[in-house]
Ligand binder design. Structure first.
Ligand SMILES: Cc1ncc(C[n+]2csc(CCOP(=O)(O)OP(=O)(O)O)c2C)c(N)n1
Ligand code: SF4
Length: 272
């Protein structure tokens, strides 16, 4: 039987705002399947976002949702989880939202290791506002603010998350749609701060400027650059040039912040 996505969609909120060919809907479907796999209860699941096309995602979901300020998903989600540690908290947002204006919040959320899952939809651009370059726009790529090619090197979100202390980091792509739910489900089940970067596409503001002739061409690029971590172990550095590793990139057990914080409260009460 076909999977019933409708039971997780908020009645009356469709049609969505996303352009034809945008990868964000593929990620939303993956998230829905992951929530279903993990058996999360809608009334106990908070989905928190900042601002942007990617950040519109929670509005369509029939869960407890918060659409907040640009780059501030991690701050609001931290507040939710600290007030209600029993809730399952999922953050969603774009590469611009999470690593530019929200970069500071992102690294400190990684450092604290609060038990939450952050899904970053990395389409290499600020889609919603017309295609300004983001910290994830590849060097040389064209954006509305870099019409002659972007001189900046791009962030590797996964490496940034690992370096900042996230205890679970994974990467997938919108092309590999049937792996997205598995990566997100493993992230949700991990106890600690989990980051899942999904490489997707913005045909409207990135594809056109960068001479992709079609959405299919953009999807094929994701297919070509992705190398599963296991396969990469057998490849030489030369073979890996221009490739991006996918799958679970990092997993470790570390003290979880809300539990550590509860101990601080106990110690403070015992000292009175
Ligand atoms: C403080 C503030 N600065 C700038 C904006 C304008 N703004 C809205 S969405 C956005 C970019 C979002 O890009 P991204 O997070 O990559 O998501 P996408 O739209 O590509 O999915 C910007 C700059 C804003 N809403 N608030
Ligand atoms: S502008 Fe880009 S990111 Fe936004 S909905 Fe359209 S294709 Fe998606």
């Amino acid at each position: 039987m076909a999977f019933d996505y409708d039971k997780y969609i908020r009645p009356g909120k469709l049609p969505h705002i996303w352009c034809p060919g945008c990868g964000h809907g593929i990620v939303m479907k993956g998230l829905i399947r992951a929530i279903d796999t993990c058996g999360l209860k809608k009334e106990n699941t908070a989905i928190v976002s900042g601002i942007g096309c990617a950040s519109r995602l929670p509005g369509y979901m029939d869960c407890c949702t918060l659409h907040t300020a640009h780059g501030r998903a991690a701050a609001f989600a931290t507040g939710v989880k600290m007030a209600k540690p029993e809730m399952d908290v999922i953050l969603v947002g774009g590469d611009g939202d999470g690593t530019a204006i929200g970069g500071n919040h992102f690294i400190h959320a990684c450092r604290r290791n609060i038990n939450m899952t952050y899904i970053i939809l990395n389409n290499n651009i600020y889609g919603m506002t017309g295609g300004q370059f983001s910290p994830c726009t590849p060097t040389g790529a064209k954006a509305s603010t870099t019409p002659y090619g972007n001189p900046d090197p791009g962030f590797d979100i996964a490496k940034l998350a690992i370096g900042a202390g996230a205890s679970f980091v994974a990467r997938g792509t919108a092309f590999h749609a049937n792996q997205i739910d598995k990566l997100i489900a493993e992230a949700i089940q991990h106890k600690g701060f989990s980051v899942v970067e999904i490489l997707d596409d913005c045909p409207t503001t990135y594809g056109r400027r960068n001479k992709f002739k079609s959405v299919i061409e953009m999807m094929n690029r994701l297919k070509e650059i992705a190398v599963p971590v296991k396969a990469a172990e057998k490849m030489s550095p030369e073979q890996l040039v221009g490739k991006v590793l996918t799958g679970v990139l990092h997993k470790e057990e570390k003290p979880e912040y809300t539990e550590e914080y509860a101990k601080v409260i106990q110690r403070s009460q015992a000292a009175k």
